[in-house]
Design a protein around this ligand. Structure first.
Ligand code: NAD
Length: 494
């Protein structure tokens, strides 16, 4: 099988196999199908990797099924935990390679990938390693005797992941799936698959038995669709757009009614009250829309600021937003990488053009950035009307929509007037207000006096059209388990 060498952080070579990882071996896709991977920093072709076809998906599912009905079901739960811990150690010792690959094909800052995404991934593996031998049922009384529940693995599962934090999101699925005793096929994103090629080698090195974790790249419309329609796949965990989430639900409905969990988009509100620590609020609200170029599902893309501090906030926000140095994400001096693709850049700049043409007040950015890569200036609009497209639709780019409010009830209504409900941030020094507003917001998580902040022991996911099911936290296990009830009748004495 072919290997490729790319140049990563510090000029170090990183070598990955380009094949599909099925049954612990790399192989070519049917008909030798490949897809090209671009470097968004330059617009140049970076690599080609095998692109799974429907028959490759069948092979991955068959391998997973053989593993599940073979020895995997009898492996000690604590041994599943050991494998997850070993994978965490290997990811940690290969962090430079993995962060380099995410910088090269996803445009993620090397430092951000290593310090945030990879650390989060290893934390999550270790968190769920601890759960592997602690999954228990209940003992229940019934009039005729007693009953108990067994929490059993679902079986052959699949994970379909996006490109914006590909390793971390993959591990959010892999760790609870394996802790719960399932086998897994991971469909990596076609725009940024190189991390998956490296991860596959680490899965083998960690000692997972063949077929337990299979990693394939391929087009969503081909490999992703084939997984979603497959009758032997019992569960799909999906992170991505709402459009594709709906397609996956339809495919489940028209095939075998597989279990589906969806982590979809967002239009996160950040609410800054007058009593907030202004510097802290500025730090987090700017981070919330510029981290990874706003290509974050929980991005704080709607910013509501109390009228009494609005003008000062806008001045400081615009100043802070402008302080970036765009360029190669592998370099430590770079603070802003490219967005993922030319198509994504066009989509974002189309929103900026629309907002300017609609007469919405441009506060910062909005200009074209030089270079061949797909760079988009950090941009903010102020006094944005509630019904403006940039206040309603997920842009998935570094574009903030800011508006003022005067009362708590008004801002809660504005924040909740969205079809999405993923993350929200509240900035205030008033504890009662923080609690009132947090409970009134319709979303999956609220951060008070900060933004984002992922922890492996806290559930992450959405309500409304941001999806259902949770990654991380004990609750994530629910998505990878089924409950069987066993009832014992006490027979009367003879
Ligand atoms: P996308 O939906 O286009 O693709 C996501 C994955 O789905 C990719 O692997 C793709 O190949 C696959 N796919 C595409 N068509 C498919 C089909 N018909 N059947 C099965 N699979 C298919 O999303 P994207 O552009 O990669 O990512 C951006 C979106 O993801 C944004 O909307 C963002 O908000 C969302 N996202 C959500 C979270 C979260 O946790 N809620 C995290 C990251 C990204």
């Amino acid at each position: 099988m072919s290997e490729i060498k790319v140049i990563g952080f510090g000029g170090q070579p990183v070598i990955v196999n380009t094949g599909l990882f099925i049954n612990n071996a790399f192989r070519l896709a049917a008909g030798g199908s490949e897809l090209n991977v671009e470097n968004p920093t330059t617009g140049d072709r970076l690599a080609s990797v095998s692109a799974a076809q429907r028959e490759d998906v069948d092979a991955a599912v068959a391998a997973a099924q053989a593993a599940f009905y073979g020895s995997w079901r009898t492996i000690l739960p604590s041994d599943r935990g050991k494998l997850l811990n070993r994978l965490a150690d290997l990811i940690e010792s290969n962090a430079d390679d993995l962060a380099s690959l995410e910088a090269l094909d996803a445009g993620i800052l090397f430092g951000e990938s290593k310090a945030l995404h990879i650390t989060q991934a290893t934390d999550t593996l270790r968190y769920f390693a601890g759960w592997a031998d602690k999954i228990t049922g209940q003992l229940l009384s019934i009039p005729q005797g007693h009953a108990y529940t067994r929490r059993e693995p679902v079986g052959v599962c699949a994970a379909i992941v996006p490109w914006n934090a590909p390793l971390m999101i993959t591990i959010w699925k892999l760790a609870p799936a394996i802790a719960a005793g399932n086998v897994l096929i991971i469909k990596t994103p076609e725009l940024a698959p190189l991390y998956g090629q490296k991860l596959a080698a680490l899965v083998k090195e960690a000692g997972f038995p063949p077929g337990v974790i299979n990693i394939i790249c391929g087009l969503g419309s081909v490999a992703g669709q084939a997984l979603a329609e497959h009758r032997d796949v019992k569960k799909i965990a999906f992170t991505g757009s709402a459009v594709v989430g709906r397609q996956i639900l339809k495919a489940s409905a028209s095939s075998n009614l597989k279990k589906v969990t969806l982590e979809l988009g967002g239009k996160g509100p950040s609410i800054v009250f007058a009593d907030a620590d202004l510097n802290n609020a500025l730090f987090w609200t700017t981070t919330g829309i510029t981290a990874n170029n706003g290509q974050v599902c929980a991005a704080g893309s709607r910013i509501y600021v109390h009228a009494s501090i609005y003008d000062n906030f806008l001045l400081a926000f615009a100043e802070k937003l402008a302080k970036t140095s765009h360029g190669d994400p592998l370099l430590s001096e770079t603070t802003k990488g490219p967005v993922i693709s030319q198509r994504q850049r066009e989509k974002i700049t189309e929103y900026i053009r629309y907002a300017k043409e609609s007469g919405i007040r441009l506060l910062a950015g909005g200009e074209d950035l030089p270079g061949n890569g797909y760079f988009v200036a950090n941009t903010a609009f102020a006094d944005v009307p509630d019904d403006a497209r940039i206040m309603q639709e997920e842009i998935f780019g570094p574009v903030a929509s800011i508006a003022k409010f005067t009362s708590e009830s008004e801002v809660i209504a504005k924040a909740n007037a969205s079809e999405y409900g993923l993350g929200a941030a509240v900035f205030t020094n008033d504890v009662s207000r923080a609690q009132r507003v947090s409970s009134a917001l319709e979303c999956g998580q609220v951060t008070v006096n900060c933004w984002g902040m992922l922890h492996s022991n806290t559930p992450f996911g959405g309500v409304k059209q941001s999806g259902f099911g949770r990654d991380m936290g004990e609750e994530a296990l629910d998505g990878w388990l089924t409950t069987k009830t066993v009832k014992y009748f006490t027979l009367p004495t003879e």
